[in-house]
Design a protein around this ligand. Structure first.
Ligand SMILES: NC(=O)c1ccc[n+]([C@@H]2O[C@H](COP(=O)([O-])OP(=O)(O)OC[C@H]3O[C@@H](n4cnc5c(N)ncnc54)[C@H](O)[C@@H]3O)[C@@H](O)[C@H]2O)c1
Ligand SMILES: O=C(O)[C@@H]1CCCCN1
Length: 284
């Protein structure tokens, strides 16, 4: 029986992954309940990397919000925007706690998460420069030109090494199934938000990088399953970002830090509740 992440107030069982190898896709079910919010939700989300060829999002999500007192569904809402922004918001929090130099932001990837991370991180930290690399260079150029329209200073890079050189904060947000970020490229004290997943959640960073960095994640009970490949290789996870926030784990800002983001159902739950409450106010 899978362990359930259960503090005083949140119930969040490990999410279920249904992999569909013939379609190169996956369906995840992500339920959560919060006592203090008195809220219950379940996100259903698919990841189909090849959707891009069909002009569709590769991540498609729906959130069901329930009345926690009766179990009745109170709202069914699009979960794409929720996923886009709550993931970037979690990286902003991790970066706030794990990094104290925020001049240069380097982003590997140029899709939905790359965009939301550029916008959210820059809003919070106001970087001097944002650099973008993507394995399809034209997509990096397209994202850069969209960000420049918002007045941001963006440089596109032809290779990933050039992109991350001397960067203070790095984001990896791709579907790469082999490492795109190497230990020797990273400056001491840099912070990495590792968002993407290829064959696993830890396929974007080379193993040597995990070996020398201090690794934080969002939910340790999920990490036991979803980061099993790392753990089996003898890599240890220092703690949850929440433990840094509550002071029970240190923020090792002078070392290379990695926030290995898995994504938590409770993030979707609080976002969905907020949206639903705003919607109800508008309807009055
Ligand atoms: N941690 C979380 O909570 C969370 C939430 C949402 C998405 N994600 C993950 O973030 C990643 C990006 O999601 P997205 O919504 O931005 O997707 P997207 O399709 O919008 O963008 C994907 C990016 O990856 C690039 N890419 C695709 N295949 C690649 C490969 N083989 N090598 C290198 N680059 C490649 C694409 O060119 C594109 O820039 C995915 O792995 C997704 O599963 C994580
Ligand atoms: O937490 C999420 O919403 C995403 C869904 C896709 C795979 C990675 N995690």
């Amino acid at each position: 029986m899978a362990s359930v992440s259960m503090c005083n107030e949140v119930i969040q069982p490990p999410r279920m992954f249904m992999r569909i190898p013939s379609k190169n896709g996956v369906l995840l079910t992500m339920p959560a309940f919060s006592e203090s919010e008195n809220a219950m939700a379940c996100k259903l989300v698919t990841a189909y990397p090849r959707n891009v060829e069909k002009g569709l999002s590769s991540i498609i999500a729906t959130v069901l919000l329930f009345d926690p007192d009766t179990g009745k569904v109170s709202a069914i809402m699009d979960g794409n925007e929720i996923t886009t922004w709550r993931t970037a918001a979690a990286s902003v929090v991790a970066t706030k706690y794990l990094n104290n130099q925020t001049k240069t932001l380097a982003i590997l990837g140029a899709g939905t998460q790359a965009r939301s991370h550029a916008e959210a991180l820059d809003l919070f930290f106001n970087f001097t420069q944002i650099r973008i690399w993507n394995h399809r260079y034209e997509r990096a150029q397209k994202l850069a030109s969209n960000l420049e329209k918002e007045g941001k200073s963006v440089v596109t890079c032809r290779n990933a090494e050039e992109c991350v050189q001397d960067a203070d904060v790095i984001v990896t947000a791709t579907f790469s199934s082999s490492p795109i970020l190497k230990k020797d490229w990273i400056k001491p004290g840099a912070h990495i938000n590792a968002i993407g997943a290829g064959i696993s959640h830890h396929s974007e960073l080379e193993m040597e990088l995990y070996e020398i960095a201090v690794i934080y994640t969002d939910d340790m009970s999920s990490a036991k399953y979803e980061l099993k490949g790392l753990l089996d290789a003898g890599i240890s996870i220092f703690g949850e970002i929440g433990e840094v926030i509550n002071g029970s784990k240190s923020a090792e800002c002078n070392k290379i830090t990695i926030f290995q983001s898995l994504g938590m159902a409770v993030e979707d739950l609080v976002s969905a509740k907020l949206i639903y409450e705003e919607y109800k106010k508008m309807k009055k």
